[in-house]
Design a protein around this ligand. Structure first.
Ligand SMILES: NC(=O)c1ccc[n+]([C@@H]2O[C@H](COP(=O)([O-])OP(=O)(O)OC[C@H]3O[C@@H](n4cnc5c(N)ncnc54)[C@H](OP(=O)(O)O)[C@@H]3O)[C@@H](O)[C@H]2O)c1
Length: 250
């Protein structure tokens, strides 16, 4: 689908990759951009419609669906990543907390917005995933569990929504230079380059986009004799104590 004249909803639009999606959607001629944020007063980007939207809140999602009946593209971007072992008493809760946002957040939004996209001619979901859909370094174990699950959900939704003409695009990439990865000293793509690559793929009608070299490399590694997901993936995290400057939640 094309961005020109689209009505776009971006979740987690107040910073990071979500903010880049909102900016670039406007630059590509979107007619309206709803900028979802847990705290809409944090939305400072001119030209967007700020929207209170915590993806873990059924009430927020229902209100958004009532207020945004003209949406033609939903960018499921909101997400969290906390580092830490799952082999500790808090490990199961860490997995649940990641799933609540990174998986059930997408599911909640999909349930409410699939009928709206259908009524508006089909439209599209753009789901922000990660190379963690395919590899689990151990450093981000609970996060990777949630992204694998979100990848599967995305693939299932694509098939469920084919009949109503809704494009479902899965976005995969390695590290991106946002608050999320501020604690890591590794090569990172810019949020703008990732959002631009994703919108290029969306406009080309694709179902999956590998937005940086890291994603392309990991995807190639899935078919080698010793697949990439059984190899040591911890190297990028050696020396890091947490993913961001803020301590791990768990
Ligand atoms: N950075 C990377 O290296 C990288 C790589 C691959 C994939 N990703 C994915 O890209 C997406 C964006 O990440 P980012 O790097 O831009 O992270 P970020 O800078 O930490 O921003 C995360 C955004 O998600 C929002 N959010 C968190 N929980 C939410 C909730 N319950 N409801 C609504 N919004 C919520 C945050 O809102 P608040 O400001 O209120 O916290 C913020 O706007 C995520 O899905 C992430 O998993 C990131």
């Amino acid at each position: 689908m094309l961005l020109k004249d689209a009505v776009v909803l971006v979740t987690g639009a107040n910073r990071g990759i979500g903010l880049a999606f909102a900016e670039i959607a406007l630059a590509r001629g979107a007619r309206k951009v709803y900028a979802g944020a847990r705290d809409p007063s944090k939305m400072t980007l001119a030209g967007v419609v700020p929207l209170r939207l915590d993806v873990t809140s059924a009430a927020d999602v229902a209100q958004a669906a009532t207020a945004c009946k003209d949406v033609t593209l939903v960018v499921n971007n909101a997400g969290v990543a906390w580092s830490g072992s799952v082999l500790v008493p808090e490990g199961a809760q860490a997995v649940r907390d990641h799933l609540e946002i990174n998986l059930f957040g997408i599911l909640r939004i999909s349930q409410s917005f699939a009928p709206i996209l259908g009524a508006n001619g089909g439209g599209a979901f753009l789901n922000v995933l990660s190379v963690a859909s395919w590899i689990n370094s151990g450093f981000l174990n609970a996060y990777a569990v949630s992204k694998s699950a979100a990848w599967s959900l995305t693939n299932g939704l694509r098939n469920e929504l084919r009949a109503q003409g809704t494009q479902v695009l899965a976005l995969h990439m390695g590290f991106v230079d946002t608050d999320m990865t501020s604690g890591l000293d590794v090569p990172k793509a810019s949020p703008q380059s990732i959002a631009s690559a994703a919108f290029d793929a969306l406009e080309a009608g694709e179902s999956e986009v590998l937005a940086d070299e890291r994603a392309r490399e990991i995807k190639r590694g899935l078919t080698t004799e010793i697949p990439v997901y059984v190899k040591d993936q911890m190297a990028a995290y050696r020396g890091a104590t947490s993913l961001s400057d803020t301590p791990s939640k768990h």
